[in-house]
Design a protein around this ligand. Structure first.
Ligand SMILES: NC(=O)c1ccc[n+]([C@@H]2O[C@H](COP(=O)([O-])OP(=O)(O)OC[C@H]3O[C@@H](n4cnc5c(N)ncnc54)[C@H](OP(=O)(O)O)[C@@H]3O)[C@@H](O)[C@H]2O)c1
Length: 231
């Protein structure tokens, strides 16, 4: 079993992912700029989830972000969009290599009571350019609402995955499938990551303009022969 770590894991998405990942990974590290804050986040999660106390006590730990970078087989960046690149630059020397790096950063700008996606290269492409080639990079989880993850034992939604290699998609799919009912869907190379990072704006605008809580995507389609997608 592998070790998975969440950069900026003290936030809503990190907490939401962590309570599922403990089912499949022997160690789940909640990372923070402050180890004390990460340890407190773990205590809060334990208090919120008494039914999972044994598993969480055994597998969930609070660490600083540099330990996530150096000790994880799989790193998931659950950092604000605008802080992700600076954080990776600061941690660059800590990554041990031969890792899977999943960026969940969603590009968001609020203007005149609406959400818009930021223009320019995707965060995932910028991360690809910063990290050594032995680290596989994918964009995923942008459209999975953290509150749904945190409160439910399964989430029936699709996760769009952008990455450059089939092996990266397969590795990322394993992480996605470790959360019950989430379905990974391959959307293309990292060139498509900016489209994926922008999808969160659609969900947030749908939520505020239609009085809906925690919307997510679920693609309706008929499989074709040889479809790689498992529903
Ligand atoms: N929330 C959702 O439902 C959701 C769903 C899908 C995708 N996303 C995307 O996932 C990412 C994380 O979302 P979130 O809601 O969990 O974010 P968040 O709660 O705002 O932030 C996550 C963590 O990032 C760290 N952080 C904040 N500012 C930072 C800075 N300037 N430099 C370095 N670290 C900083 C904080 O951890 P420490 O203070 O402990 O270091 C914070 O707890 C975002 O890009 C978001 O768009 C969110």
């Amino acid at each position: 079993m592998q070790v998975i770590g969440l950069l900026g894991g003290t936030g809503d998405l990190g907490r939401g992912l962590s309570v599922h990942l403990v089912n499949s990974y022997e160690k789940v590290m909640i990372g923070s700029r402050s180890k004390g804050k990460a340890v407190s986040a773990v205590q809060e999660i334990l208090a919120d989830k008494p039914d999972m106390k044994d598993l969480l006590s055994k597998r969930l730990v609070g660490v600083d972000n540099s330990e996530v970078a150096s000790s994880s087989d799989i790193v998931v960046a659950t950092l604000p969009f605008e802080a992700t690149i600076d954080t990776i630059k600061q941690l660059k020397e800590s990554f041990r290599g031969n890792q899977l790096f999943i960026s969940a950063a969603a590009s968001l700008e609020k203007k005149d009571h609406e959400f818009l996606s930021a223009k320019g290269p995707s965060v995932a492409q910028e991360i690809r350019a910063l990290l050594t080639d032995s680290i596989e990079v994918a964009a995923a989880f942008q459209t999975v609402p953290a509150p749904l993850l945190y409160k439910n034992s399964s989430v029936d939604a699709d996760v769009f995955v952008a990455c450059d290699k089939k092996s990266t998609f397969e590795a990322c799919s394993e992480v996605v499938r470790s959360i019950r009912n989430l379905r990974p869907l391959y959307v293309g190379s990292l060139q498509v990551a900016s489209e994926v990072e922008g999808l969160t704006t659609i969900l947030l605008n749908v939520a505020i303009k239609n009085h809906l809580r925690n919307p997510a995507f679920k693609i309706i389609a008929e499989p074709t022969a040889g479809s790689p997608v498992k529903s």
